[in-house]
Design a protein around this ligand. Structure first.
Ligand SMILES: Nc1ncnc2c1ncn2[C@@H]1O[C@H](COP(=O)(O)OP(=O)(O)OP(=O)(O)O)[C@@H](O)[C@H]1O
Length: 302
């Protein structure tokens, strides 16, 4: 078995990359391991693909935040010889919050991977890309898209870019006029704030849109939020963050294998923090497409 560590030196701030590097060299010293550092956005996809396509049995460790996981998954998901492990040294690390019985410290403890366990996991597919966690269209996708733009400004770091982006998106129209196709059911045009298609259950720094979503059940959990006034949105954000929004009549839930978001114009589609502009995206589940390699724990993870 080969162990490939792909480290994003720009991710998060907590765990020092030097410390992680030393730990890898100490814990994995008697194994066949390689440590690679990303040098630019998108590089983790290239590295993961380069190794996974050799067809050798391997575990690829995505060391970073959710953006790094997304890049690594996109490079390796077609190759069954490669499993994915997660070392959450990013800022939000929302994907791993799905695992109630494995803490962030467990994921960070390299010793735990000597005797880990496999969990086949679904992926969400759209427009030649996959994501492990959550895809969305509407207000939150716009926020993600604008963060990247604000980050390019001088003296603007990630946190400030996020605040600027939320503020800016809040001032723009918050109505997205879309029709939906959920499996074979057509739902006519309506104004939404956003539409979330989830495999995992947390995103955006701890928001909990789909508390019942399971990463290995073969389904996409969809929630839609109808257009509301800005004041109403502000009063409800806390409930949305806590996952307590589902009883409101402006929230609808669906579970499906495939959906389409239909509109007159292109939409911004967010897939785990990566955004693309597309017309009428089809979003579908790829059942058990990837194997997660989880650190040792006492009970089953999902
Ligand atoms: N060497 C690099 N220089 C600049 N950016 C990089 C480099 N390597 C990777 N990136 C980019 O860094 C971005 C942020 O990474 P990531 O999402 O993993 O960390 P984070 O934002 O701290 O965590 P989270 O998404 O969990 O909040 C990714 O979009 C990735 O493309």
């Amino acid at each position: 078995m080969k162990y490939i560590f792909i480290i994003n030196p720009e991710a998060g701030k907590e765990k020092s990359k030097v410390e992680l590097d030393n730990e890898i060299r100490s814990v994995f010293k008697d194994t066949d391991f390689i440590v690679e550092y990303t040098r630019y956005p998108g590089h983790a996809t290239e590295i993961a693909m380069m190794y996974a396509s050799t067809k050798e049995e391997m575990i690829i460790f995505a060391c970073g935040g959710d953006g790094t996981i997304n890049e690594v998954v996109n490079g390796m998901y077609k190759y069954k010889n490669a499993k994915l492990a997660l070392i959450p040294i990013g800022t939000g690390n929302d994907f791993i919050k799905f695992f109630k019985k494995i803490s962030k410290d467990d994921f960070l403890n390299l010793e735990g991977y000597k005797d880990g366990q496999d969990l086949p996991c679904d992926l969400i597919y759209s427009n030649n890309r996959v994501c492990l966690n959550i895809a969305s269209v509407g207000f939150d996708a716009r926020v993600v898209q604008k963060v990247a733009r604000f980050k390019r400004l001088p003296f603007v770091n990630g946190g400030f870019a996020y605040i600027l982006s939320v503020f800016n998106s809040f001032l723009a129209s918050m109505k997205f006029h879309q029709a939906l196709k959920i499996d074979d059911t057509y739902i006519g045009y309506k104004n939404y704030i956003f539409i979330v298609a989830a495999n995992g259950s947390y995103y955006g720094g701890g928001f909990h849109p789909t508390p019942d979503a399971k990463i290995n059940d073969g389904f996409i959990d969809v929630i839609t939020i109808d257009a509301l006034s800005r004041l109403r949105v502000m009063t409800l954000i806390k409930k949305y963050k806590a996952g307590e929004h589902r009883s409101f009549d402006f929230v609808k839930e669906f579970r499906c294998k495939k959906m389409q978001i239909i509109g007159k114009k292109e939409v911004v589609l967010n897939m785990d923090g990566e955004t693309i502009k597309v017309k009428d995206p089809v979003i579908e589940i790829l059942e058990k497409q990837i194997t997660l390699y989880l650190p040792k724990m006492n009970e089953t993870a999902a």
